[in-house]
Design a protein around this ligand. Structure first.
Ligand code: PNS
Length: 165
């Protein structure tokens, strides 16, 4: 069984990583797919995010990383995936996730969305909060993989020096 774990991953957090680890044990292949045509302004380019994901995920032999444009269900079908994997952190995630799952089911009834509950250790983490806390000088160790923390430092010091210029 092939599953797609879609998202923005700007950047990957330990919450995503926990879900990927657990998902990799459930499916024969798990494809972590980054949305390309994102309306939100991203901190990292899709290529940088692919690199960051691959750095962290190369230890899982049945996990692959790719990116997609257009409808998620069409990408899933093209990859012969029958499952969309999503994480739920809190009740506040539920409404948005339910809407997406029902729309995706309407578009392609043969593709099932499966939800996994985020680990309680990471249920408060989001990429948006990690970026905000880090940019304001807060400690994010333990919230993202160390390689991502390094990339965030580099990106932030570049942004600061550009602003100063
Ligand atoms: O991590 P995110 O940002 O919550 O991920 C959202 C994502 C990528 C799963 C969603 O925006 C998506 O699937 N976009 C692709 C376009 C699409 O298929 N839209 C209809 C979804 S019902």
């Amino acid at each position: 069984m092939i599953a797609i774990y879609p998202g923005s991953f700007d950047p990957i957090t330990n919450g995503h990583l926990d879900l990927i680890q657990r998902g990799s044990r459930m499916f024969d292949k798990l494809i972590v797919s980054i949305l390309r045509n994102e309306s939100k302004q991203a901190l990292f380019t899709v290529e940088e995010r692919i690199e960051m994901l691959r750095e962290v995920l190369h230890v899982y032999p049945n996990v692959e990383v790719d990116s997609f444009d257009g409808l998620l269900v069409d990408h899933a079908a093209a990859q012969e995936a029958t499952v969309l994997l999503r994480g739920i952190r809190a009740i506040s995630d539920y409404e948005y996730e339910l809407q997406m799952a029902l729309m995706n089911r309407r578009l392609r009834p043969d593709i099932e969305t499966i939800f996994m509950m985020a680990s309680e250790t990471y249920s408060f983490i989001s990429s948006r909060l990690v970026k905000e806390v880090f940019s304001l000088g807060g400690n994010i160790s333990g919230l993202v993989p160390p390689s991502v923390e390094t990339r965030l430092s580099t990106r932030l010091s570049k942004t600061k020096s550009q602003r100063g210029a």
